[in-house]
Design a binder for this molecule. Structure first.
Ligand SMILES: *Cc1c(COP(=O)(O)O)cnc(C)c1O
Length: 413
């Protein structure tokens, strides 16, 4: 309890908000209320400063240069890799591959498995996935003749783990599930999912894009084979992300792209590949983005994930109870294990119309299927209005959202 109180004292949302210049802007004449954090997070000035510093002072290509700027850029980029390694508690830095984001990371693994799967092998996905953790695997199955099985979900928006048990067999080669659902906010029991997959000898990829803003994952404790995330959902820039893979797996998989940087030697007779992590990092990467990603992780750790999660839980509880007081409002995804995402609809009103009216009031929410059409199909709805809260949001902003939703309901019904 002493720790909890300490955490509360340190967490001053008004001070944190000062780090985010964008929160000062107006939208349609109203102060911006940014509740689209599950799509992308905002960027603190500490991260923006790193981006400006890179292009102002040491912009250069990495790894091959003898000159000072190239050395400086290389050092900072590799320093960022070490920060990410430490954050995720990977055993070794070369197990962290820089990518352009979660989608890219998943495609590296799905295309790598082409060489390892045979016709009739089985792979398991969940009903709660983002399209970027469905489509690459469907493409893989088409190419290899492997069979895609789906862990079903229930009305609360949770995975049916009993059904998962039944899908697992000696034929299962891979399981890929998100850590937190971006459409509903459900926190999935990934440790349980990973342990069960390993019992039948299957590898597991966890899509952590939506979890990393709230949770600090420990890949060794999870014993996960692959873990992927995007910087832009963790206060970093777009166009950069990470792939963690166990060294033995990354050594086993073939490279994804050919080009510079990923080779040891090249001749027309035979080319040999570079060691990890470079084998998967063909071409000039997003150098500035990688360095800024490292800074974003520093920034979030300085606040502390325990403090972030406990404050966001407060926002979630408050937002849920306030919104549920509106008659005709349904919240989709009511798991007890949930991150600060509220997906909802108003009876007989299209989500897009509500989103458009809220924008007029300066409130940014997302409407639509949230790249998770199977989830929408399950509830037999075209989409939802999704308000996703971050640690820089406030209860006062939620009050304005609730007022706005009431107003939109009056105008549209
Ligand atoms: C955002 C998101 C993705 C896709 O991330 P990109 O940065 O667009 O590649 C994948 N899965 C989940 C759960 C997400 O929230």
């Amino acid at each position: 309890m002493i720790i909890k109180e300490g955490v509360k004292k340190m967490f001053q949302v008004e001070n944190i908000r000062k780090d985010f210049p964008i929160l000062l802007r107006k939208v349609n004449g109203k102060p911006l209320i940014y509740f689209d954090n599950a799509a992308t997070s905002q960027t603190p000035k500490q991260v923006i400063d790193v981006i400006v510093d890179y292009y102002t002072n040491y912009n250069a290509n990495i790894h091959r240069g003898v000159h000072t700027l190239s050395q400086e850029a290389t050092d900072k980029y590799e320093e960022a890799r070490h920060k990410i390694q430490k954050h995720f508690n990977a055993k070794k830095a070369p197990e962290i591959i820089f990518t352009s984001g979660t989608t890219h990371s998943i495609n590296i693994i799905s295309s790598g498995f082409e060489a390892l799967l045979n016709e009739g092998d089985e792979v398991i996905v969940s009903a709660l996935e983002h399209h970027s953790n469905i489509v690459p695997w469907q493409m893989l199955c088409e190419k290899t003749g492997a069979i895609l099985k789906v862990i079903p979900m229930n009305q609360l928006g949770e995975l049916e783990i009993n059904e998962y048990d039944k899908l697992l067999s000696k034929k299962t080669k891979l399981v890929f599930v998100n850590h937190i659902s971006n459409a509903l906010g459900t926190i999935n029991p990934i440790k349980n999912i990973i342990d069960k997959a390993h019992k039948v000898g299957a590898a597991v990829l966890i899509d952590g894009a939506q979890a990393c803003p709230h949770i600090k994952p420990d890949v060794q404790e999870l014993d996960v084979d692959f873990y992927v995330a995007s910087a832009h959902k963790i206060c970093g820039p777009t166009g950069v992300g990470m792939l963690y893979g166990k060294e033995e797996w990354l050594n086993k998989l073939p490279p994804y792209q050919g080009g510079g940087e990923m080779i040891a030697t090249v001749s027309f007779e035979k080319t040999t590949y570079a060691d990890l992590p470079h084998k998967f990092e063909a071409g000039t990467p997003n150098i500035c983005g990688g360095i800024a990603f490292g800074k974003a992780i520093d920034y979030m750790n300085a606040i502390g994930f325990e403090a972030i999660m406990s404050y966001e839980n407060e926002l979630l509880r408050y937002g849920t109870s306030q919104l549920l007081e509106i008659e005709g409002l349904t919240i989709y995804g009511q798991s007890k294990n949930k991150a600060s995402v509220i997906s909802f609809n108003l009876d007989g009103i299209h989500p897009y119309d509500v989103g458009t009216l809220l924008d007029k009031m300066g409130i940014a929410v997302r409407t639509g299927h949230h790249c998770a059409q199977p989830v929408m199909d399950y509830y037999k709805i075209p989409g939802t209005i999704r308000a996703s809260f971050s640690f820089y949001n406030t209860k006062e902003e939620i009050d304005i959202l609730v007022k706005g939703v009431k107003k939109a309901k009056l105008m549209l019904s």
